[in-house]
Design a binder for this molecule. Structure first.
Ligand SMILES: [Zn+2]
Length: 223
């Protein structure tokens, strides 16, 4: 998960008598502030965008058109969350959601090798526990054939970036490469770019760097 800043001015389509939370002005602002990323799995630039109600509206018109309740999500995560998962962390609030939940991607792409989703650096509370349960399904659910295919593709996408990180890590640790200070700094800067909220799956890279004994010494604190 990644933190975003939601502007307090809300789109006009939420104030008109004919309210529409899927209207262009709403979707465009959400796309911009969420960096075209799903607020749950952090994939970026997916074709089937859903406007997700963090607090399921279940017919409640206030919740349905509440600007602060609208989130940018992919079809897979929106379907998994449905109206079953409640009390999910709000990535627009001050809590550092990336730091609240630790994430690690497996090296192998196989249903038996799960993404690790666990309590991070900020202790536990009800919202963190609920969000861990949901994210565990978003990253690991293979209950149906379609969810299995969706999960395989998602892991492929995460692993592609993870491989890039591992190449940079190897270059930083390989003394035989004889890097200049600027060549070394360029690689450290690339790792920091991967930790920006707008970068795909940024929470994974923050946690990789934080937990890796060698990289954390070289890159420093990324939270
Ligand atoms: Zn998603």
């Amino acid at each position: 998960m990644f933190s975003i800043i939601r502007p307090s001015d809300f789109p006009k389509s939420l104030t008109k008598s004919t309210k529409d939370y899927r209207a262009a002005d709403v979707v465009e602002v959400l796309q911009e502030i969420f960096f075209s990323k799903c607020y749950l799995c952090e994939r970026k630039g997916f074709p089937d965008v859903n406007i997700e109600h963090r607090d399921p509206h279940e017919g409640d018109l206030v919740k349905k058109y509440d600007w602060s309740n609208l989130f940018y999500a992919c079809v897979r995560c929106n379907g998994i969350k449905s109206n079953i998962h409640k009390n999910i962390l709000d990535c627009c609030q001050t809590l550092d959601v990336a730091q609240a939940i630790e994430l690690h991607c497996p090296i192998v792409n196989n249903d038996g090798h799960k993404v690790i989703v666990k309590i991070g650096n900020l202790g536990s509370n009800h919202e963190i526990e609920s969000t861990i349960k949901l994210l565990d399904l978003c990253f690991n659910d293979t209950n149906t054939a379609l969810k299995g295919i969706g999960r395989h593709t998602l892991i492929q996408q995460i692993q592609r970036y993870q491989t890039k990180l591992l190449i940079i890590k190897d270059e930083l640790l390989d003394d035989t490469l004889i890097l200049t200070a600027s060549e070394k700094n360029m690689r450290i800067d690339k790792l920091k770019v991967m930790c920006d909220p707008e970068f795909p799956f940024s929470a994974f890279w923050k946690w990789y760097i934080t937990r890796d004994v060698d990289l954390s010494k070289i890159v420093g604190n990324v939270f």
